[in-house]
Design a protein around this ligand. Structure first.
Ligand code: NAD
Length: 280
């Protein structure tokens, strides 16, 4: 058996089409939708990600301002930049790019992002509201996990989902969104004992650990759905996920590819959120 490939590309294209339509309608009504990306790192993969967001934004008619504070920016300078953008009526969405300089805590600083402009769900208020089942922007990656499952018609109600990773940007919010969809969720992390026993008992495995090859065939039940969130750069300039795709594809029922799975949907949703934030 070879797993069905759960591509994210078609879904991302559909989201982009709707986003472009919304941005055009807002422009016709006098609002140019704008996203601001605050950067305080010289990290090359972060720079690559920011360039890809700016390019994707341009394609759907959204402006993207990159506010580069430099790799030695202080927490106060980052907070002030976020507060300034929050007060700027021309900016509709704000993201704080990580990593940040040593001593700067992303979750704390993101509290300075206005809730209504928090399009990547980084403000702890957004995560708290998500946990409480109240409306808020979810981190785009977590939202992309659920969107891909929905797009491919994977049932969640009553099913056991193992989320591998407990970060604020992916694992925790994904767990909340999946709970809201009536899944039975187990959150696994680096201190989890016998990870394989837990994931192999799940109907759906969401791998978000940032560890290439972590999820092997032994971690997956026959016929299970595997969502690979991992994006790990390889030495030859490529990208691999957290799933040992060749062997897992022999046992899983369905598997997202890397690249071309969660990644494109994440970027598309981030921009979609930005048009929502700009909509009166
Ligand atoms: P993180 O480093 O903040 O968190 C990793 C989590 O994985 C931690 O909670 C840790 O406990 C857990 N973990 C680490 N090793 C483990 C192990 N051996 N067994 C079980 N759990 C383990 O990372 P993150 O920001 O949550 O990102 C996770 C991955 O998702 C990375 O590869 C990142 O590049 C990727 N990512 C992808 C997108 C996208 O759009 N596709 C967006 C954000 C992050």
């Amino acid at each position: 058996m070879t797993a069905v490939v759960l591509s994210g590309r078609e879904l991302a294209a559909a989201i982009r089409t709707e986003t472009a339509e919304r941005a055009a309608a807002l422009a016709a009504a006098g609002t140019t939708v704008k996203l601001a990306v605050v950067v305080a790192t010289a990290d090359e993969s972060s720079a690559w990600y920011v360039r890809s967001i700016a390019k994707a934004a341009a394609k759907v008619g959204i402006g993207c301002d990159v506010v580069d504070l430099g790799a030695d920016a202080t927490p106060d300078a980052i907070r002030a930049a976020l507060a300034g953008l929050s007060a700027d009526g021309a900016v509709h969405g704000i993201i704080l790019q990580t990593p940040l300089p040593a001593g700067a805590v992303p979750e704390e600083l993101a509290g300075a992002i206005a809730f209504g402009k928090d399009v990547d769900g980084a403000n702890p208020l957004s995560l708290g509201r998500l946990a409480a089942g109240l409306p808020a922007f979810a981190p785009a990656t977590a939202a992309a996990v659920v969107a891909i499952l929905d797009h491919h018609g994977i049932e969640l109600t009553g099913r056991h989902v193992a989320v591998v990773g407990r970060s604020t940007v992916v694992g925790k919010p994904a767990a909340h969104l999946l709970l809201d969809r009536n899944a039975t969720v187990t959150v696994c992390h680096s201190r989890t004992k016998d990870l394989a026993a837990i994931t192999a008992s799940a109907d759906v495995v969401v791998a978000a650990a940032g560890r290439p090859g972590l999820i092997t065939a032994a971690h997956v039940a026959p016929g299970a759905t595997v969502i690979d969130v991992g994006t790990n750069p390889t030495e030859d300039g490529g990208l691999v996920g957290d799933v040992a795709a060749d062997e897992v594809a022999q046992i899983a029922g369905a598997l997202t590819p890397v690249p071309g799975g969660v990644g494109p949907v994440t970027t598309a949703l981030l921009l979609h959120h930005t048009t929502s934030a700009a909509t009166p």
